[in-house]
Design a protein around this ligand. Structure first.
Ligand SMILES: Nc1ncnc2c1ncn2[C@@H]1O[C@H](COP(=O)(O)OP(=O)(O)O)[C@@H](O)[C@H]1O
Ligand SMILES: [Mg+2]
Length: 254
C-alpha cells in the first residue's frame, strides 16, 4: 500500500492533480484506490465524477449525538469503525471518503483518536490511498493521516508560490511527519518552467517531481461542471501526470 498526500496553497490545482493521479493509477491497474478528500470545502468528488452522499464529518456529528445509543454489546471504537465504513462512497475500483468538517464547536478529540486508528485499518484494504488536503497542513498536523509514502507539494509557477511550497516542506519536517519522499509539482505552467523559478526551487532545496502545463481542456470541463475523467488520453496534462506517476515508480512496485 502506498499513501500519497497532496498539499499546497488554495487554487494551485491540488484537487485537479489529485483526480488525475487517481485516474492515471486506476488506468495503470493500481487498484483498489481510496481517494480521501480532506478539504472541508470538498470537491474531489466533482473532479472524479462521484456524487457525494456521505461525509465523515456528518457521521462524527451523529456519533457524538448518539451518546449512549450505541447498540448493546458494541464498544464505542467498534461502533465508530462501523460508521466510518458506512461513510465510504464505493465506486468501481475507486472509493471516496469525504472528511467534511470533522471539528465542530465541541471537542471531538476522543472520536479523532479512534478515527485515526480506524482510518489506518481502512487504508489496509487498498493499494493506493490518496489524500487531497485543504490549503495548509491542518490534517497532516492533526495526524489523522497515517505515514506518508510521498507528499506532493503543489505550487503555481510564481516565485511566491514556490516559496509557499518551501515553507510547507519546512513545516512538514518541523512537525516530524513520517514522510518517505517529498516532491514539488509546479502547475499551470505555460511553455517551459522559467529559469528564475528553477533557481528558487534549487535554493529552497525542493525536489522537482513534475511540471504540469496549463491545459484549457481542464478549465473547460470545470466550466461545463463535468468531471476530469473525460479528458483525452493524449491531453497535455494527462501526459504530464503519467510522467509524474512514472517518476514515483509506484505502478512498477505494486
Ligand atoms: N493545469 C491546469 N490547467 C488549467 N486550469 C487548471 C489547471 N490546474 C487547475 N486549474 C484550474 O484552477 C482552479 C483551481 O484548481 P483546484 O484543483 O480546485 O485547486 P485547489 O484544489 O488547489 O484549490 C480550477 O478552476 C481549475 O480549473
Ligand atoms: Mg481543492
Amino acid at each position: 500500500m502506498k499513501v500519497i498526500a497532496i498539499a499546497g496553497k488554495g487554487g494551485t490545482g491540488k484537487t485537479t492533480i489529485s483526480a488525475l493521479i487517481v485516474s492515471a493509477l486506476k488506468e495503470g491497474g493500481a487498484t483498489p484506490i481510496l481517494a480521501v478528500d480532506a478539504d472541508p470545502n470538498y470537491n474531489l468528488g466533482d473532479a472524479l465524477g462521484v456524487e457525494v452522499t456521505e461525509t465523515l464529518g456528518a457521521t462524527l456529528e451523529s456519533f457524538i449525538d448518539q451518546k449512549g445509543k450505541i447498540p448493546a454489546g458494541m464498544t464505542k471504537a467498534a461502533f465508530l469503525e462501523m460508521r466510518m465504513h458506512q461513510s465510504v462512497i464505493e465506486g468501481k475500483k475507486v472509493d471516496l471518503l469525504v472528511m467534511g468538517r470533522p471539528e465542530g464547536p465541541g471537542c471531538y478529540c476522543f472520536a479523532n483518536n479512534l478515527l485515526r486508528k480506524a482510518l489506518e485499518e481502512l487504508a489496509e484494504n487498498y493499494k493506493i490511498v490518496l489524500i487531497d488536503n485543504e490549503a495548509g497542513m491542518e490534517h497532516l498536523s492533526r495526524k489523522t493521516t497515517a505515514k506518508l509514502d510521498i507528499l506532493l507539494l503543489v505550487s503555481d509557477h510564481t516565485i511566491k508560490g514556490i516559496r509557499t511550497a518551501g515553507r510547507l516542506k519546512d513545516l512538514a519536517i518541523e512537525m516530524n511527519i513520517d514522510i518517505k519522499e517529498m516532491g514539488l509539482v509546479v502547475n499551470m505552467v505555460e511553455g517551459e518552467l522559467d529559469p528564475r523559478a528553477m533557481e528558487e526551487i534549487e535554493n529552497l532545496g525542493l525536489s522537482l517531481y513534475g511540471v504540469m502545463p496549463r491545459d484549457t481542456a481542464v478549465s473547460e470541463l470545470y466550466l461545463d461542471d463535468e468531471s476530469l475523467l473525460s479528458l483525452k488520453a493524449d491531453s497535455p496534462i494527462k501526459l504530464a501526470v503519467n510522467a509524474l506517476i512514472e517518476k514515483t515508480g509506484y505502478l512498477n512496485k505494486l
